[in-house]
Design a protein. Structure first.
Length: 495
Protein backbone atom coordinates (compact mmCIF):
# COMPACT_ATOMS: atom_id res chain seq x y z
CA UNK A 1 0.00 0.00 0.00
CA UNK A 2 1.30 3.47 -0.89
CA UNK A 3 1.50 5.68 2.17
CA UNK A 4 2.69 9.05 3.37
CA UNK A 5 3.92 10.48 6.65
CA UNK A 6 5.44 13.48 8.36
CA UNK A 7 8.77 13.66 10.20
CA UNK A 8 8.81 15.85 13.31
CA UNK A 9 10.40 14.98 16.63
CA UNK A 10 8.56 15.27 19.95
CA UNK A 11 10.94 18.04 21.02
CA UNK A 12 9.82 20.16 18.06
CA UNK A 13 6.16 20.30 19.09
CA UNK A 14 4.80 23.54 20.48
CA UNK A 15 4.29 23.78 24.25
CA UNK A 16 4.38 26.55 26.89
CA UNK A 17 7.31 25.04 28.80
CA UNK A 18 10.37 25.11 26.56
CA UNK A 19 10.19 21.81 24.68
CA UNK A 20 7.66 19.63 22.92
CA UNK A 21 6.01 17.00 25.11
CA UNK A 22 3.53 14.14 25.01
CA UNK A 23 0.75 16.51 26.00
CA UNK A 24 -1.96 18.49 24.23
CA UNK A 25 0.13 19.54 21.21
CA UNK A 26 1.08 15.93 20.51
CA UNK A 27 -2.58 14.90 20.38
CA UNK A 28 -3.35 17.88 18.16
CA UNK A 29 -0.54 16.81 15.84
CA UNK A 30 -2.02 13.31 15.60
CA UNK A 31 -5.36 14.91 14.68
CA UNK A 32 -3.55 16.99 12.05
CA UNK A 33 -1.97 13.87 10.55
CA UNK A 34 -5.34 12.13 10.48
CA UNK A 35 -7.04 15.09 8.79
CA UNK A 36 -4.10 15.32 6.38
CA UNK A 37 -4.60 11.74 5.18
CA UNK A 38 -1.32 10.53 6.63
CA UNK A 39 -0.32 7.04 7.72
CA UNK A 40 2.92 7.70 9.59
CA UNK A 41 4.39 10.01 12.19
CA UNK A 42 8.18 9.63 12.16
CA UNK A 43 10.19 10.79 15.17
CA UNK A 44 13.84 10.74 16.22
CA UNK A 45 15.18 8.53 19.06
CA UNK A 46 13.18 8.91 22.29
CA UNK A 47 16.13 8.44 24.64
CA UNK A 48 17.41 10.99 27.17
CA UNK A 49 19.81 13.50 25.65
CA UNK A 50 23.15 14.26 27.23
CA UNK A 51 26.20 16.32 26.31
CA UNK A 52 25.66 17.87 22.89
CA UNK A 53 21.88 17.38 23.13
CA UNK A 54 21.85 14.71 20.42
CA UNK A 55 19.14 12.04 20.63
CA UNK A 56 21.65 9.77 18.87
CA UNK A 57 24.08 9.97 21.81
CA UNK A 58 21.88 8.91 24.70
CA UNK A 59 22.82 7.63 28.14
CA UNK A 60 20.45 4.69 27.57
CA UNK A 61 19.27 2.61 24.63
CA UNK A 62 16.07 1.81 26.55
CA UNK A 63 14.99 4.82 28.60
CA UNK A 64 12.63 7.59 27.51
CA UNK A 65 13.52 11.28 27.63
CA UNK A 66 12.10 12.81 30.85
CA UNK A 67 11.91 16.20 29.10
CA UNK A 68 8.99 14.83 27.06
CA UNK A 69 6.84 14.16 30.13
CA UNK A 70 4.02 16.69 29.97
CA UNK A 71 3.78 18.87 33.09
CA UNK A 72 0.12 19.81 32.63
CA UNK A 73 -0.79 16.11 32.51
CA UNK A 74 1.13 15.55 35.75
CA UNK A 75 -0.87 18.42 37.19
CA UNK A 76 -4.12 16.73 36.11
CA UNK A 77 -2.89 13.57 37.85
CA UNK A 78 -2.38 15.46 41.09
CA UNK A 79 1.41 15.19 41.07
CA UNK A 80 2.03 18.88 40.40
CA UNK A 81 0.41 22.24 40.99
CA UNK A 82 0.59 24.95 38.35
CA UNK A 83 2.63 27.03 40.79
CA UNK A 84 5.33 24.33 40.75
CA UNK A 85 6.31 25.11 37.17
CA UNK A 86 4.46 28.02 35.54
CA UNK A 87 6.93 30.70 36.66
CA UNK A 88 10.13 28.74 35.96
CA UNK A 89 12.44 29.81 33.15
CA UNK A 90 12.40 27.22 30.36
CA UNK A 91 13.77 29.63 27.73
CA UNK A 92 12.42 32.74 26.04
CA UNK A 93 12.44 31.64 22.37
CA UNK A 94 9.36 29.60 21.46
CA UNK A 95 11.05 28.43 18.23
CA UNK A 96 14.16 26.94 19.88
CA UNK A 97 14.80 24.49 22.73
CA UNK A 98 17.12 25.89 25.38
CA UNK A 99 18.70 22.67 26.64
CA UNK A 100 20.65 24.43 29.38
CA UNK A 101 17.41 25.74 30.85
CA UNK A 102 15.83 22.30 30.46
CA UNK A 103 18.66 20.72 32.42
CA UNK A 104 18.53 23.38 35.12
CA UNK A 105 14.79 23.48 35.71
CA UNK A 106 12.96 20.48 34.24
CA UNK A 107 14.35 17.95 36.68
CA UNK A 108 13.47 20.22 39.59
CA UNK A 109 9.81 19.98 38.63
CA UNK A 110 9.95 16.24 37.95
CA UNK A 111 11.49 15.64 41.38
CA UNK A 112 8.51 17.41 42.96
CA UNK A 113 6.15 15.15 41.01
CA UNK A 114 8.12 12.04 41.96
CA UNK A 115 8.05 13.03 45.64
CA UNK A 116 4.24 12.93 45.51
CA UNK A 117 4.04 9.66 43.60
CA UNK A 118 2.60 6.59 45.32
CA UNK A 119 5.40 4.03 45.25
CA UNK A 120 2.86 1.29 45.95
CA UNK A 121 1.01 1.99 42.71
CA UNK A 122 0.27 -1.36 41.06
CA UNK A 123 0.98 -0.04 37.58
CA UNK A 124 4.38 1.17 38.71
CA UNK A 125 5.20 -2.18 40.29
CA UNK A 126 4.23 -4.02 37.10
CA UNK A 127 6.32 -1.61 35.01
CA UNK A 128 9.38 -2.13 37.21
CA UNK A 129 9.00 -5.88 36.99
CA UNK A 130 8.56 -5.89 33.21
CA UNK A 131 11.59 -3.64 32.66
CA UNK A 132 13.98 -4.88 35.32
CA UNK A 133 16.54 -5.98 32.67
CA UNK A 134 17.49 -2.31 32.07
CA UNK A 135 15.55 -0.01 34.42
CA UNK A 136 17.54 -0.31 37.62
CA UNK A 137 20.93 -0.19 35.89
CA UNK A 138 19.81 3.01 34.16
CA UNK A 139 18.42 4.53 37.37
CA UNK A 140 21.57 3.68 39.33
CA UNK A 141 23.82 4.97 36.54
CA UNK A 142 22.00 8.30 36.46
CA UNK A 143 21.94 8.61 40.26
CA UNK A 144 25.70 8.04 40.43
CA UNK A 145 26.27 10.46 37.58
CA UNK A 146 24.22 13.15 39.35
CA UNK A 147 26.08 12.56 42.60
CA UNK A 148 29.34 13.20 40.75
CA UNK A 149 28.19 16.42 39.09
CA UNK A 150 27.48 14.85 35.73
CA UNK A 151 30.92 13.27 35.45
CA UNK A 152 31.40 10.98 32.44
CA UNK A 153 31.69 7.23 33.04
CA UNK A 154 35.31 7.16 31.88
CA UNK A 155 36.25 9.46 34.79
CA UNK A 156 34.51 7.49 37.56
CA UNK A 157 36.61 5.77 40.22
CA UNK A 158 37.62 2.25 39.18
CA UNK A 159 35.49 0.59 41.85
CA UNK A 160 32.35 2.23 40.42
CA UNK A 161 33.38 1.91 36.79
CA UNK A 162 34.03 -1.82 37.25
CA UNK A 163 30.88 -2.28 39.38
CA UNK A 164 32.70 -3.58 42.46
CA UNK A 165 30.03 -5.32 44.54
CA UNK A 166 30.74 -3.52 47.82
CA UNK A 167 31.09 -0.12 46.17
CA UNK A 168 27.83 -0.56 44.26
CA UNK A 169 25.94 -1.59 47.40
CA UNK A 170 27.29 1.45 49.19
CA UNK A 171 26.04 3.88 46.54
CA UNK A 172 22.70 2.07 46.31
CA UNK A 173 22.17 2.68 50.01
CA UNK A 174 23.30 6.30 49.78
CA UNK A 175 21.36 7.17 46.64
CA UNK A 176 18.17 5.16 47.08
CA UNK A 177 15.85 8.18 46.72
CA UNK A 178 17.61 9.35 43.54
CA UNK A 179 17.44 5.84 42.09
CA UNK A 180 13.70 5.74 42.79
CA UNK A 181 13.32 9.15 41.13
CA UNK A 182 14.74 7.91 37.85
CA UNK A 183 12.61 4.76 37.97
CA UNK A 184 9.45 6.79 38.63
CA UNK A 185 10.17 9.22 35.78
CA UNK A 186 10.50 6.27 33.40
CA UNK A 187 7.11 5.00 34.53
CA UNK A 188 5.55 8.44 34.07
CA UNK A 189 7.11 8.62 30.61
CA UNK A 190 5.79 5.16 29.75
CA UNK A 191 2.23 5.97 30.85
CA UNK A 192 2.09 9.14 28.79
CA UNK A 193 3.79 7.60 25.76
CA UNK A 194 1.58 4.52 25.60
CA UNK A 195 -1.52 6.70 25.99
CA UNK A 196 -0.37 8.88 23.09
CA UNK A 197 0.55 5.87 20.98
CA UNK A 198 -2.89 4.31 21.60
CA UNK A 199 -4.54 7.58 20.55
CA UNK A 200 -2.47 7.65 17.36
CA UNK A 201 -3.50 4.07 16.62
CA UNK A 202 -7.16 4.99 17.09
CA UNK A 203 -6.69 7.62 14.38
CA UNK A 204 -4.94 5.20 12.03
CA UNK A 205 -1.50 6.75 12.60
CA UNK A 206 1.56 4.49 12.93
CA UNK A 207 4.70 5.75 14.63
CA UNK A 208 8.10 5.28 13.02
CA UNK A 209 10.78 5.39 15.69
CA UNK A 210 14.54 5.63 15.30
CA UNK A 211 17.05 3.08 16.57
CA UNK A 212 20.64 4.43 16.56
CA UNK A 213 23.21 1.88 15.43
CA UNK A 214 25.57 2.64 18.30
CA UNK A 215 25.30 3.62 21.96
CA UNK A 216 27.24 6.28 23.82
CA UNK A 217 30.48 5.52 25.64
CA UNK A 218 28.92 7.44 28.54
CA UNK A 219 25.89 5.20 28.91
CA UNK A 220 24.23 2.78 31.26
CA UNK A 221 24.39 0.23 28.44
CA UNK A 222 28.18 0.10 28.34
CA UNK A 223 28.46 0.30 32.14
CA UNK A 224 25.98 -2.50 32.81
CA UNK A 225 27.14 -4.91 30.08
CA UNK A 226 30.76 -4.10 29.13
CA UNK A 227 31.24 -7.58 27.68
CA UNK A 228 28.98 -6.59 24.79
CA UNK A 229 31.54 -4.03 23.59
CA UNK A 230 35.08 -3.98 22.25
CA UNK A 231 36.88 -2.73 25.38
CA UNK A 232 40.38 -2.98 26.79
CA UNK A 233 41.39 -4.17 30.25
CA UNK A 234 40.92 -0.62 31.55
CA UNK A 235 37.27 -0.66 30.46
CA UNK A 236 37.85 1.94 27.75
CA UNK A 237 37.04 1.32 24.07
CA UNK A 238 39.87 -0.13 21.99
CA UNK A 239 38.40 1.27 18.80
CA UNK A 240 35.50 3.58 18.08
CA UNK A 241 32.92 4.18 15.39
CA UNK A 242 32.85 6.67 12.54
CA UNK A 243 33.01 6.99 8.78
CA UNK A 244 36.05 7.14 6.46
CA UNK A 245 37.13 10.26 4.56
CA UNK A 246 35.06 11.07 1.49
CA UNK A 247 34.33 13.92 -0.89
CA UNK A 248 32.56 15.85 1.86
CA UNK A 249 34.87 15.29 4.83
CA UNK A 250 38.62 14.97 4.26
CA UNK A 251 39.19 13.65 7.78
CA UNK A 252 36.14 11.39 7.83
CA UNK A 253 33.66 11.42 10.70
CA UNK A 254 34.88 10.49 14.18
CA UNK A 255 31.78 9.66 16.24
CA UNK A 256 33.58 8.04 19.16
CA UNK A 257 30.95 5.42 20.00
CA UNK A 258 32.23 2.08 21.35
CA UNK A 259 32.13 -0.78 18.85
CA UNK A 260 30.29 -4.02 19.52
CA UNK A 261 31.96 -7.28 20.44
CA UNK A 262 30.17 -9.15 17.67
CA UNK A 263 31.88 -12.45 18.48
CA UNK A 264 30.52 -12.41 22.03
CA UNK A 265 27.11 -11.29 20.83
CA UNK A 266 26.89 -14.21 18.43
CA UNK A 267 27.84 -16.68 21.19
CA UNK A 268 24.99 -15.35 23.35
CA UNK A 269 22.43 -15.66 20.55
CA UNK A 270 22.39 -11.89 20.04
CA UNK A 271 20.49 -11.56 23.31
CA UNK A 272 21.46 -7.87 23.69
CA UNK A 273 20.09 -6.99 20.27
CA UNK A 274 16.98 -9.10 20.83
CA UNK A 275 16.20 -7.14 23.99
CA UNK A 276 16.92 -3.83 22.32
CA UNK A 277 14.77 -4.48 19.25
CA UNK A 278 11.97 -5.90 21.42
CA UNK A 279 12.01 -2.66 23.42
CA UNK A 280 11.79 -0.64 20.19
CA UNK A 281 8.84 -2.73 19.02
CA UNK A 282 7.14 -1.92 22.32
CA UNK A 283 7.64 1.80 21.70
CA UNK A 284 7.05 2.03 17.95
CA UNK A 285 5.08 0.49 15.10
CA UNK A 286 8.01 0.69 12.67
CA UNK A 287 11.74 0.99 13.41
CA UNK A 288 14.19 3.01 11.32
CA UNK A 289 17.70 1.66 11.95
CA UNK A 290 20.30 4.40 11.61
CA UNK A 291 23.60 3.54 9.84
CA UNK A 292 22.32 0.15 8.69
CA UNK A 293 25.41 -0.44 6.58
CA UNK A 294 27.44 -1.18 9.75
CA UNK A 295 25.68 -4.54 10.03
CA UNK A 296 27.55 -5.45 6.85
CA UNK A 297 30.88 -3.64 7.27
CA UNK A 298 31.82 -0.94 9.77
CA UNK A 299 34.65 1.56 10.09
CA UNK A 300 36.82 0.88 13.16
CA UNK A 301 39.05 3.76 14.31
CA UNK A 302 41.81 3.38 16.92
CA UNK A 303 40.69 4.97 20.18
CA UNK A 304 42.49 8.23 20.82
CA UNK A 305 42.85 9.20 17.16
CA UNK A 306 41.89 12.79 16.38
CA UNK A 307 40.45 11.96 12.95
CA UNK A 308 38.80 8.97 11.27
CA UNK A 309 41.56 8.58 8.68
CA UNK A 310 43.28 5.55 10.23
CA UNK A 311 40.25 3.33 10.52
CA UNK A 312 39.80 -0.04 8.84
CA UNK A 313 36.77 -1.86 7.51
CA UNK A 314 35.57 -4.78 9.63
CA UNK A 315 32.87 -7.32 8.85
CA UNK A 316 29.60 -7.07 10.77
CA UNK A 317 27.14 -9.86 11.68
CA UNK A 318 25.18 -9.61 8.42
CA UNK A 319 22.25 -12.02 8.11
CA UNK A 320 23.22 -14.05 11.18
CA UNK A 321 21.83 -11.28 13.35
CA UNK A 322 18.62 -10.72 11.40
CA UNK A 323 17.88 -14.43 11.04
CA UNK A 324 18.24 -14.72 14.81
CA UNK A 325 16.02 -11.69 15.47
CA UNK A 326 13.31 -12.95 13.12
CA UNK A 327 13.34 -16.38 14.75
CA UNK A 328 12.79 -14.78 18.17
CA UNK A 329 10.61 -11.76 17.36
CA UNK A 330 8.89 -12.62 14.09
CA UNK A 331 8.81 -10.44 10.99
CA UNK A 332 10.52 -7.13 11.64
CA UNK A 333 8.93 -3.82 10.56
CA UNK A 334 12.24 -2.10 9.83
CA UNK A 335 13.37 0.72 7.55
CA UNK A 336 17.09 0.55 6.79
CA UNK A 337 19.02 3.82 6.61
CA UNK A 338 21.29 2.81 3.74
CA UNK A 339 22.49 6.22 2.58
CA UNK A 340 25.95 7.07 1.27
CA UNK A 341 28.52 5.26 -0.85
CA UNK A 342 27.77 1.59 -0.32
CA UNK A 343 29.62 -1.58 -1.16
CA UNK A 344 27.79 -4.27 -3.19
CA UNK A 345 27.70 -6.38 -0.03
CA UNK A 346 25.50 -3.76 1.67
CA UNK A 347 23.01 -3.88 -1.20
CA UNK A 348 23.08 -7.67 -0.95
CA UNK A 349 22.35 -7.59 2.79
CA UNK A 350 19.46 -5.17 2.31
CA UNK A 351 17.95 -7.42 -0.35
CA UNK A 352 18.36 -10.48 1.89
CA UNK A 353 16.56 -8.81 4.77
CA UNK A 354 13.72 -7.54 2.59
CA UNK A 355 13.75 -4.23 4.47
CA UNK A 356 12.96 -1.05 2.54
CA UNK A 357 15.91 1.30 2.15
CA UNK A 358 15.90 5.09 1.95
CA UNK A 359 16.04 7.52 -0.96
CA UNK A 360 16.75 11.24 -0.48
CA UNK A 361 15.85 13.62 -3.30
CA UNK A 362 18.45 16.20 -2.28
CA UNK A 363 21.13 13.62 -3.16
CA UNK A 364 19.73 12.98 -6.65
CA UNK A 365 20.60 16.02 -8.70
CA UNK A 366 24.26 15.89 -9.68
CA UNK A 367 24.25 16.75 -13.40
CA UNK A 368 27.36 14.73 -14.30
CA UNK A 369 26.17 11.57 -12.49
CA UNK A 370 23.30 9.16 -13.10
CA UNK A 371 22.23 9.03 -9.46
CA UNK A 372 20.36 6.11 -7.92
CA UNK A 373 18.39 8.72 -5.97
CA UNK A 374 16.59 9.95 -9.11
CA UNK A 375 12.96 8.92 -8.61
CA UNK A 376 12.51 7.01 -11.85
CA UNK A 377 15.09 4.50 -10.58
CA UNK A 378 13.28 3.60 -7.35
CA UNK A 379 12.15 0.12 -6.56
CA UNK A 380 8.80 0.48 -4.83
CA UNK A 381 10.17 -1.20 -1.67
CA UNK A 382 11.79 1.96 -0.35
CA UNK A 383 11.03 5.12 1.63
CA UNK A 384 11.56 8.44 -0.15
CA UNK A 385 12.44 11.69 1.62
CA UNK A 386 13.03 15.16 0.20
CA UNK A 387 15.52 15.48 3.07
CA UNK A 388 15.95 14.04 6.55
CA UNK A 389 16.77 15.59 9.93
CA UNK A 390 20.43 15.62 8.82
CA UNK A 391 19.73 17.66 5.67
CA UNK A 392 19.01 21.31 5.13
CA UNK A 393 15.36 22.12 4.48
CA UNK A 394 14.21 22.15 0.85
CA UNK A 395 14.17 25.95 0.73
CA UNK A 396 17.50 26.13 2.54
CA UNK A 397 19.04 23.69 0.07
CA UNK A 398 17.60 25.52 -2.95
CA UNK A 399 18.66 29.00 -1.83
CA UNK A 400 21.73 28.53 0.39
CA UNK A 401 23.45 25.20 0.87
CA UNK A 402 22.91 23.35 -2.41
CA UNK A 403 25.55 23.44 -5.16
CA UNK A 404 24.41 25.78 -7.93
CA UNK A 405 24.60 23.16 -10.68
CA UNK A 406 22.70 20.63 -8.57
CA UNK A 407 19.98 23.13 -7.71
CA UNK A 408 19.58 24.18 -11.34
CA UNK A 409 19.28 20.55 -12.44
CA UNK A 410 16.75 19.92 -9.64
CA UNK A 411 14.63 22.88 -10.74
CA UNK A 412 14.62 21.64 -14.34
CA UNK A 413 14.02 17.98 -13.48
CA UNK A 414 11.13 18.67 -11.09
CA UNK A 415 9.77 21.71 -12.98
CA UNK A 416 9.91 23.80 -9.82
CA UNK A 417 8.19 27.17 -9.88
CA UNK A 418 7.34 30.00 -7.53
CA UNK A 419 3.71 29.66 -8.57
CA UNK A 420 3.38 26.16 -7.14
CA UNK A 421 5.93 26.83 -4.44
CA UNK A 422 9.45 25.41 -4.72
CA UNK A 423 9.12 23.19 -1.65
CA UNK A 424 5.75 21.85 -2.77
CA UNK A 425 7.19 21.00 -6.18
CA UNK A 426 9.81 18.80 -4.55
CA UNK A 427 7.20 17.28 -2.23
CA UNK A 428 5.06 16.54 -5.28
CA UNK A 429 7.99 14.76 -6.94
CA UNK A 430 8.56 12.60 -3.87
CA UNK A 431 4.86 11.72 -3.54
CA UNK A 432 4.60 10.89 -7.25
CA UNK A 433 7.58 8.52 -7.13
CA UNK A 434 7.19 4.71 -7.17
CA UNK A 435 8.31 4.46 -3.51
CA UNK A 436 5.78 2.67 -1.31
CA UNK A 437 6.29 5.21 1.45
CA UNK A 438 6.99 8.94 1.34
CA UNK A 439 8.04 10.93 4.43
CA UNK A 440 8.12 14.74 4.47
CA UNK A 441 9.68 16.85 7.21
CA UNK A 442 7.33 19.31 8.88
CA UNK A 443 9.77 22.12 8.06
CA UNK A 444 9.46 21.35 4.34
CA UNK A 445 5.70 21.11 4.54
CA UNK A 446 5.76 24.67 5.87
CA UNK A 447 8.35 25.90 3.34
CA UNK A 448 10.86 27.00 5.99
CA UNK A 449 14.47 27.99 5.36
CA UNK A 450 17.83 26.94 6.79
CA UNK A 451 17.12 28.46 10.20
CA UNK A 452 14.65 25.60 10.74
CA UNK A 453 17.22 22.89 10.05
CA UNK A 454 17.30 20.22 12.76
CA UNK A 455 20.90 19.02 12.54
CA UNK A 456 24.19 19.73 10.80
CA UNK A 457 26.24 16.51 11.15
CA UNK A 458 29.67 16.93 12.74
CA UNK A 459 28.92 20.56 13.68
CA UNK A 460 28.95 21.13 17.45
CA UNK A 461 28.09 24.81 17.75
CA UNK A 462 24.99 24.47 19.93
CA UNK A 463 22.54 25.01 17.07
CA UNK A 464 21.53 21.39 16.51
CA UNK A 465 18.35 19.63 17.67
CA UNK A 466 16.74 22.90 18.80
CA UNK A 467 14.06 23.71 16.19
CA UNK A 468 10.46 23.97 17.37
CA UNK A 469 7.29 24.70 15.46
CA UNK A 470 5.50 27.97 16.23
CA UNK A 471 2.02 27.86 17.80
CA UNK A 472 -0.80 27.79 15.25
CA UNK A 473 1.22 26.25 12.40
CA UNK A 474 -0.48 22.88 12.86
CA UNK A 475 -3.90 23.79 11.49
CA UNK A 476 -6.84 22.56 9.40
CA UNK A 477 -5.89 24.74 6.40
CA UNK A 478 -2.52 23.01 6.02
CA UNK A 479 -4.08 19.61 6.77
CA UNK A 480 -6.54 20.04 3.88
CA UNK A 481 -3.77 20.95 1.43
CA UNK A 482 -1.73 17.97 2.63
CA UNK A 483 -4.70 15.62 2.35
CA UNK A 484 -5.53 16.73 -1.18
CA UNK A 485 -1.93 16.41 -2.37
CA UNK A 486 -1.54 13.02 -0.70
CA UNK A 487 -4.77 11.77 -2.27
CA UNK A 488 -3.70 12.78 -5.79
CA UNK A 489 -0.82 10.33 -5.57
CA UNK A 490 -2.90 7.59 -3.93
CA UNK A 491 -1.11 7.75 -0.59
CA UNK A 492 -4.13 8.31 1.65
CA UNK A 493 -5.18 5.40 3.94
CA UNK A 494 -7.69 2.99 2.46
CA UNK A 495 -11.23 3.53 3.75
Amino acid sequence: MRANGILMHISSLSSPYGIGTMGKAAYEFVDFLHKGGQTYWQILPLGPTGYGDSPYMSCSAYAGNPYFIDLDMLCEDGLLSKSDYETLDFGNDITKVDYAKMYQNRYKVLRIAASRFDMQDEGYKAFCDANRSWLWDYALFMAIKDSRGGQALCDWPNELKSRDKDAIQKVKDALCSDISFYAVTQYLFDVQWQKLRAYAASKGIKIIGDLPMYVSSDSADLWAEPEQFELGNDGAPKRVAGCPPDGFTADGQLWGNPLYNWGYMQKTGYDWWTRRVARSLYLYDVIRIDHFRAFDTYWAIPAGDKTAKNGVWETGPRMKLFDCLKSKLGELPIIAEDLGMLLPSVHKLLKQTGFPGMKVLQFAFTPEADSDYLPYKYDKNCVVYCGTHDNDTIMGWLTESGAKADVQYAKEFMRLSDGEGMAWGMIRTAMASPADTCIITMQDLMGLGSDARMNKPSVADGSNWRWRISPGCVNDWLAEILHNTTAIYHRTPLK
